[in-house]
Ligand binder design. Sequence first.
Ligand code: IMP
Ligand code: MG
Length: 177
Amino acid sequence: METIGNVLISEQQIDDAIARMGAEISADYAGGELLMVGILKGAFMTMADLARAITVPVQFDFMAVSSYGDATKSTGVVRILKDLDQEISNRDVLIVEDIVDTGLTIRYLLENLRVRKAASIEIASMLVKEGLQETPIEVKYRGFNIPPDFVVGYGLDYAGLYRNLPYIAVLDEGNLP
Ligand code: IMP
Ligand code: MG
Protein backbone atom coordinates (compact mmCIF):
# COMPACT_ATOMS: atom_id res chain seq x y z
CA MET A 1 0.00 0.00 0.00
CA GLU A 2 1.34 3.39 -0.90
CA THR A 3 1.51 6.09 1.71
CA ILE A 4 1.99 9.83 1.79
CA GLY A 5 5.60 10.64 2.58
CA ASN A 6 7.24 13.97 3.39
CA VAL A 7 5.57 17.25 2.56
CA LEU A 8 7.68 18.67 -0.26
CA ILE A 9 5.88 21.98 -0.79
CA SER A 10 3.63 23.49 1.85
CA GLU A 11 0.36 25.33 1.37
CA GLN A 12 2.13 28.60 2.19
CA GLN A 13 4.86 27.96 -0.37
CA ILE A 14 2.21 27.22 -2.99
CA ASP A 15 0.39 30.47 -2.14
CA ASP A 16 3.62 32.44 -2.51
CA ALA A 17 4.43 30.80 -5.84
CA ILE A 18 0.93 31.50 -7.16
CA ALA A 19 1.23 35.18 -6.18
CA ARG A 20 4.62 35.44 -7.89
CA MET A 21 3.49 33.66 -11.06
CA GLY A 22 0.28 35.71 -11.20
CA ALA A 23 2.25 38.96 -10.94
CA GLU A 24 4.67 37.85 -13.69
CA ILE A 25 1.83 36.87 -16.00
CA SER A 26 -0.15 40.04 -15.29
CA ALA A 27 2.89 42.18 -16.11
CA ASP A 28 3.78 40.27 -19.28
CA TYR A 29 0.25 40.41 -20.68
CA ALA A 30 -0.59 43.93 -19.49
CA GLY A 31 -2.88 45.64 -21.99
CA GLY A 32 -3.78 42.30 -23.57
CA GLU A 33 -6.24 39.51 -23.04
CA LEU A 34 -5.35 35.99 -22.14
CA LEU A 35 -6.84 32.57 -22.89
CA MET A 36 -5.89 30.16 -20.13
CA VAL A 37 -6.03 26.51 -21.18
CA GLY A 38 -6.03 24.14 -18.22
CA ILE A 39 -4.96 20.55 -18.78
CA LEU A 40 -7.39 18.30 -16.93
CA LYS A 41 -7.52 16.86 -14.52
CA GLY A 42 -4.31 17.70 -12.67
CA ALA A 43 -4.19 21.42 -13.46
CA PHE A 44 -7.55 22.28 -11.94
CA MET A 45 -6.11 23.61 -8.67
CA THR A 46 -3.27 25.57 -10.26
CA MET A 47 -5.74 26.95 -12.78
CA ALA A 48 -8.23 28.12 -10.16
CA ASP A 49 -5.63 29.72 -7.91
CA LEU A 50 -3.52 31.24 -10.67
CA ALA A 51 -6.61 32.72 -12.34
CA ARG A 52 -7.39 34.66 -9.15
CA ALA A 53 -3.84 36.04 -9.05
CA ILE A 54 -4.04 37.42 -12.60
CA THR A 55 -5.29 40.95 -13.15
CA VAL A 56 -5.55 41.12 -16.96
CA PRO A 57 -8.82 40.06 -18.67
CA VAL A 58 -8.82 36.29 -19.02
CA GLN A 59 -10.96 33.63 -20.66
CA PHE A 60 -10.82 29.93 -19.90
CA ASP A 61 -10.85 26.67 -21.74
CA PHE A 62 -9.82 23.14 -20.87
CA MET A 63 -8.32 20.12 -22.54
CA ALA A 64 -8.22 16.65 -21.11
CA VAL A 65 -5.39 14.35 -22.09
CA SER A 66 -4.35 10.98 -20.83
CA SER A 67 -0.71 10.03 -20.55
CA TYR A 68 -0.27 8.10 -17.35
CA GLY A 69 -3.20 5.86 -16.56
CA ASP A 70 -2.72 4.66 -13.01
CA ALA A 71 1.01 4.04 -13.33
CA THR A 72 3.77 6.27 -12.07
CA LYS A 73 5.85 6.15 -15.26
CA SER A 74 5.13 8.09 -18.46
CA THR A 75 4.08 5.93 -21.38
CA GLY A 76 4.80 8.59 -24.00
CA VAL A 77 1.36 7.97 -25.42
CA VAL A 78 -0.86 11.05 -25.30
CA ARG A 79 -4.54 10.83 -26.09
CA ILE A 80 -6.88 13.81 -26.31
CA LEU A 81 -9.95 12.97 -24.26
CA LYS A 82 -11.47 16.45 -24.51
CA ASP A 83 -10.48 19.12 -27.00
CA LEU A 84 -10.83 22.89 -26.66
CA ASP A 85 -14.32 24.34 -27.03
CA GLN A 86 -13.13 27.38 -28.93
CA GLU A 87 -10.74 28.39 -31.67
CA ILE A 88 -7.45 29.90 -30.61
CA SER A 89 -6.31 31.63 -33.80
CA ASN A 90 -4.80 35.02 -32.96
CA ARG A 91 -5.26 34.43 -29.23
CA ASP A 92 -2.57 34.68 -26.58
CA VAL A 93 -2.72 31.21 -25.06
CA LEU A 94 -1.34 30.21 -21.69
CA ILE A 95 -1.26 26.45 -21.15
CA VAL A 96 -1.62 25.65 -17.45
CA GLU A 97 -0.18 22.39 -16.14
CA ASP A 98 0.29 20.83 -12.74
CA ILE A 99 3.64 19.25 -13.58
CA VAL A 100 6.04 18.81 -16.46
CA ASP A 101 7.83 15.50 -16.07
CA THR A 102 9.24 13.90 -19.25
CA GLY A 103 7.71 16.78 -21.19
CA LEU A 104 6.02 14.39 -23.61
CA THR A 105 2.54 15.65 -22.81
CA ILE A 106 3.43 19.31 -23.16
CA ARG A 107 5.43 18.72 -26.33
CA TYR A 108 2.47 16.97 -27.89
CA LEU A 109 0.13 19.76 -26.81
CA LEU A 110 2.41 22.47 -28.18
CA GLU A 111 2.59 20.75 -31.58
CA ASN A 112 -1.13 20.23 -31.59
CA LEU A 113 -1.95 23.85 -30.68
CA ARG A 114 0.69 25.49 -32.86
CA VAL A 115 -1.04 24.48 -36.10
CA ARG A 116 -4.14 26.32 -34.87
CA LYS A 117 -2.28 29.60 -35.33
CA ALA A 118 -2.45 31.15 -31.91
CA ALA A 119 -0.78 34.57 -31.63
CA SER A 120 1.39 33.17 -28.83
CA ILE A 121 1.59 30.07 -26.66
CA GLU A 122 3.33 29.97 -23.29
CA ILE A 123 3.38 27.43 -20.49
CA ALA A 124 2.71 27.82 -16.78
CA SER A 125 3.32 24.83 -14.53
CA MET A 126 3.32 24.56 -10.76
CA LEU A 127 6.06 21.91 -10.89
CA VAL A 128 8.89 20.97 -13.24
CA LYS A 129 10.77 17.75 -12.56
CA GLU A 130 14.46 18.41 -12.94
CA GLY A 131 16.55 16.51 -15.43
CA LEU A 132 13.77 14.47 -16.97
CA GLN A 133 12.96 16.40 -20.14
CA GLU A 134 14.59 14.66 -23.09
CA THR A 135 14.79 18.01 -24.85
CA PRO A 136 14.33 21.06 -22.67
CA ILE A 137 10.92 22.67 -22.73
CA GLU A 138 10.53 26.32 -21.99
CA VAL A 139 8.19 26.59 -19.04
CA LYS A 140 8.04 30.35 -18.77
CA TYR A 141 6.06 30.51 -15.54
CA ARG A 142 6.93 27.88 -12.98
CA GLY A 143 6.28 27.34 -9.32
CA PHE A 144 9.05 24.95 -8.33
CA ASN A 145 11.73 22.70 -9.76
CA ILE A 146 11.55 19.37 -7.94
CA PRO A 147 13.66 16.23 -7.91
CA PRO A 148 12.42 13.23 -9.90
CA ASP A 149 10.20 11.71 -7.21
CA PHE A 150 6.54 10.88 -7.72
CA VAL A 151 4.47 13.51 -5.93
CA VAL A 152 0.79 13.91 -5.09
CA GLY A 153 -1.51 16.66 -3.90
CA TYR A 154 -2.65 20.04 -5.20
CA GLY A 155 -4.24 18.41 -8.25
CA LEU A 156 -1.70 15.63 -8.66
CA ASP A 157 -2.97 12.09 -8.22
CA TYR A 158 -1.89 8.56 -7.72
CA ALA A 159 -4.55 6.21 -9.11
CA GLY A 160 -7.07 9.05 -8.93
CA LEU A 161 -6.46 9.81 -5.27
CA TYR A 162 -4.85 12.64 -3.26
CA ARG A 163 -5.67 15.45 -5.69
CA ASN A 164 -7.42 17.33 -2.88
CA LEU A 165 -4.40 17.65 -0.60
CA PRO A 166 -3.69 21.39 -0.15
CA TYR A 167 0.07 20.69 -0.18
CA ILE A 168 2.42 18.63 -2.36
CA ALA A 169 3.94 15.50 -0.87
CA VAL A 170 6.17 12.68 -2.03
CA LEU A 171 4.38 9.40 -2.54
CA ASP A 172 6.11 6.65 -0.66
CA GLU A 173 6.16 3.93 -3.29
CA GLY A 174 7.91 1.48 -1.00
CA ASN A 175 5.58 -1.44 -1.57
CA LEU A 176 4.50 -0.75 -5.13
CA PRO A 177 5.46 -3.28 -7.80
P1 IMP B 1 4.94 14.10 -18.83
O1 IMP B 1 4.26 13.83 -20.14
O2 IMP B 1 5.90 13.00 -18.46
O3 IMP B 1 5.56 15.47 -18.74
O4 IMP B 1 3.85 13.98 -17.72
C1 IMP B 1 2.89 14.92 -17.54
C2 IMP B 1 1.71 14.38 -16.76
O5 IMP B 1 2.03 13.20 -16.03
C3 IMP B 1 1.26 15.40 -15.75
O6 IMP B 1 0.32 16.29 -16.31
C4 IMP B 1 0.70 14.53 -14.66
O7 IMP B 1 -0.67 14.27 -14.92
C5 IMP B 1 1.49 13.24 -14.73
N1 IMP B 1 2.58 13.22 -13.75
C6 IMP B 1 3.91 13.36 -13.98
N2 IMP B 1 4.62 13.30 -12.86
C7 IMP B 1 3.73 13.11 -11.86
C8 IMP B 1 3.86 12.99 -10.42
O8 IMP B 1 4.93 13.02 -9.81
N3 IMP B 1 2.68 12.82 -9.75
C9 IMP B 1 1.47 12.76 -10.36
N4 IMP B 1 1.30 12.88 -11.68
C10 IMP B 1 2.43 13.06 -12.43
MG1 MG C 1 -2.27 12.80 -13.96
